[in-house]
Design a protein around this ligand. Structure first.
Ligand code: GLC
Length: 677
């Protein structure tokens, strides 16, 4: 059951396609302050889930989080915001101490500005949620259990984005492959070594002077035929699109945006000037439907050259500096000249440069035209990236309605999950960021982002061969599987390190698993279910399972427990039911072990992947292929753990390109007897 409660006069976010009517009842569970800006809830023993892309664990208790989309390359535990705002929480206090009211409910706050969630930070036993102003809709979702609450919420926010099937392959990225030749070299690196690959991502340097919807003709002299050349090799090129449009006379996108008044305005009504990669830019006003249409249609420049997928970036929006702030910065710096800098002034001075980027003051100094309503940016800050993705998604629907286009974004807000996926932003080559990815997968699935994954190997900092290998072993279960690294860091393509067989074997296992991954993804998307689930949701009566944050249930049949620490040859695994362990060295070389419910220490060498199959379940395996379109879905073998009865699996498959997702036409019920497995 979903009830909608209204406070004040909220700004329309379009995050809910069809809203239930507002109820006149008082908001349950929470104590609301008189002015409506703060809600309090005694936490008891509740676990608190949700918030999608955020720092820390699956259970969010013990920290303060703020929905404030931020360009945040330092994903340390002490941050409060990342690139996204997903204002959904699920409180599960059913095992609360005796005498307390047992509660379990979901809540979504439809509010486009900064919301702060103090979840047992100020007071261990209390959650405090605060808003800058009391204009929001709160949706309370009651249900039978955690998974039921999630699927009701997901039905409310609308079906999650479905990418083309090839986007379930593996992709290689780097900031940047500078030329056609360099891209060819990457394709060779994979294909000559027999390592499967479906995508090579183009980062900002494919453009001319970082201008959206241009190609650098010196380094990519015949882009359209290069796209075809790669396609013949079964590789899709996926270019980046940035939010800021370079200010340059004669540049088409700039001229069009100025002429049609499609850029955000400053206080004086002039086009707001910020700076990002290209230097000075204007921001398209994605909150305006005309601007959205115009910008979305601009992707045609690349679609017409054979491109079938994009990633949207810097759309929090990231701001290096604004003209106004930069001027103030230089004045201030000047004032230090000749002074004896002391503890105060020295740190003040060094902080000034750091404070230029993503400055809150800049977010308060430009405006949107929300189809006739002028709104200051900070009030709707979290909608910006969402509407950039929406601009693209709506345009694809208009321009290529029959075809799925790959789209994912850095910044997001609930609603954009209908138009694209997200990647988890600029992580670092740290083992702890593998753990962060695993936790985020669970929380992002709750909030509708199924097509997601982190930069494998880590984006910032130098990686290590074992980190890449272990991270691939986690990444083979994420729908978006991409290796990406930053300029100036060690190259980390899968063929860069010794022991090439190990990388090849893990990636070939990914391709063997694609029938399972795709089938489970499609069932989750079409049924508003979760593809990656925390154990707590699947085993609600198991107190041990509730605390497991380094394992996940992937789809409905398997549990994964990746090794996420350096120099380890195994790990402890908690199994919430009897399972059969498949220890893969390659797609066709594995051993098995039957393990009872409970705790186990399980060996897992650096080149092995563990898959735990639930009793009475089975999983299809394809013959490994070099690209998704070469997988033979008619030649599947099955691995499983029969329980004496027939084992059944519902296999979803479709053409992977068009948009008929009706499960009825695409699900085959496969039945195996024990002896067949
Ligand atoms: C941002 C993106 C990163 C990209 C870089 C250059 O930091 O998050 O993925 O490589 O910009 O475009």
């Amino acid at each position: 059951m979903i009830r909608r409660f209204r406070f004040g006069n909220p700004i329309e976010t379009d995050s809910i396609p069809e809203k239930p009517p507002v109820t006149e009842e008082a908001l349950p569970y929470f104590d609301v302050t008189e002015d409506g800006t703060e809600l309090r809830l005694p936490l008891g023993a509740s676990r608190v889930y949700g918030l999608g892309e955020q720092v820390r664990g699956i259970n969010k208790r013990g920290w303060t989080y703020t929905s404030n989309n931020s360009d945040q390359p330092h994903h340390t535990e002490t941050q409060h915001s990342l690139y996204a705002s997903h204002n959904f929480l699920l409180a599960d206090g059913l095992d609360t101490e005796e005498g307390r009211l047992p509660v379990r409910f979901g809540v979504y706050f439809d509010y486009p500005g900064a919301v702060t969630y103090d979840i047992g930070y100020t007071d261990t036993d209390q959650m405090r949620i605060s808003f800058p102003d009391a204009n929001y809709d709160a949706y309370i979702i009651d249900g039978e259990g955690d998974l039921d609450i999630i699927s009701q919420f997901r039905a409310l926010i609308g079906r999650s984005y479905i990418p083309p099937k090839w986007a379930f392959g593996f992709g290689q990225c780097r900031w940047s492959y500078m030329s056609e030749d360099e891209v060819r070299g990457v394709a060779d690196g994979y294909q000559k070594n027999g390592i499967p690959l479906d995508m090579i991502y183009l980062d900002i340097d494919y453009m001319k002077d970082y201008k959206d919807f241009t190609v650098n003709e010196e380094t990519f002299p015949d882009f359209a035929s290069f796209v075809q050349e790669m396609k013949k090799r079964h590789i899709h090129l996926v270019p980046i699109i940035d939010a800021g449009v370079r200010i340059e006379k004669g540049y088409k996108t700039y001229e069009e945006g100025v002429a049609d008044n499609y850029f955000c305005k400053d206080e004086d009504g002039k086009d707001f000037v910020a700076a990002v990669w290209p230097g000075k830019v204007h921001f398209p006003d994605f909150l305006n439907s005309g601007a959205r249409r115009w910008f979305g249609d601009s992707y045609r420049f690349l679609l017409d050259q054979g491109i079938e997928g994009f990633w949207n970036d810097m759309n929090e929006p990231a701001i290096f500096y604004s003209e106004k702030n930069l001027k103030r910065f230089f004045e201030k710096i000047e004032s230090y000249k000749g002074k004896n800098l002391d503890i105060q002034s020295f740190f003040e001075m060094t902080g000034l440069a750091a404070g230029l980027a993503n400055n809150e003051e800049d977010y308060r100094s430009f405006y949107h035209d929300m189809d006739g309503i002028r709104v200051r940016h900070d009030r709707v800050h979290n909608l910006f990236g969402y509407n950039m993705t929406r601009a693209a998604g709506e345009a694809f629907e208009r321009n290529v309605p029959e075809k799925r286009i790959l789209m994912f974004s850095r910044s997001s807000f609930i609603g954009s999950h209908r138009y694209g996926g997200i990647w988890m932003g600029d992580n670092t080559s740290w083992w702890s960021h593998m753990k962060l990815e695993l936790a985020m997968l669970a929380n992002l699935n709750m909030t509708g982002y199924l097509y997601t994954g982190a930069d494998i190997g880590g984006f910032g900092g130098d990686t290590t061969p074992d980190l890449v290998l272990r991270w691939l072993a986690l990444g083979i279960f994420t729908p978006l599987m991409r290796n990406h690294s930053a300029m100036g860091t060690r190259y980390q393509e899968a063929y860069r390190f010794g022991h090439l067989d190990d990388y090849r074997n893990i990636l070939r296992l990914r391709y063997a698993l694609i029938p399972y991954i795709y089938s489970e993804y499609m069932k989750a998307a079409t049924e508003n279910a979760m593809y990656a689930k925390p154990l707590a949701f699947m085993y609600p009566d198991d107190a041990r399972a509730a605390e497991i944050e380094d394992e996940l249930i992937i789809g409905n049949e398997i549990l994964i427990a990746p090794v996420m620490e350096q120099n380890k040859t195994g790990r402890f695994v908690y199994l919430p039911e009897d399972m059969r362990l498949f220890r893969f060295r390659s797609a066709d070389d594995f051993d098995t072990e039957d393990l009872a419910k409970g705790d186990h220490y399980v060996k897992c060498a650096v080149n092995e992947v563990l898959i735990f199959v639930r009793k009475g379940h089975m999983v299809p395996l394809a013959k490994p292929a070099d690209s998704v379109d070469q997988i033979d879905w008619n030649d599947l073998t099955w691995i499983g753990y029969p329980d004496g009865k027939e084992t059944v699996y519902e296999l979803y498959n479709d053409d992977g390109e068009t948009k008929d997702y009706d499960p009825a036409g695409h699900i085959t019920r496969i039945v195996k007897r024990g002896s067949d497995l």
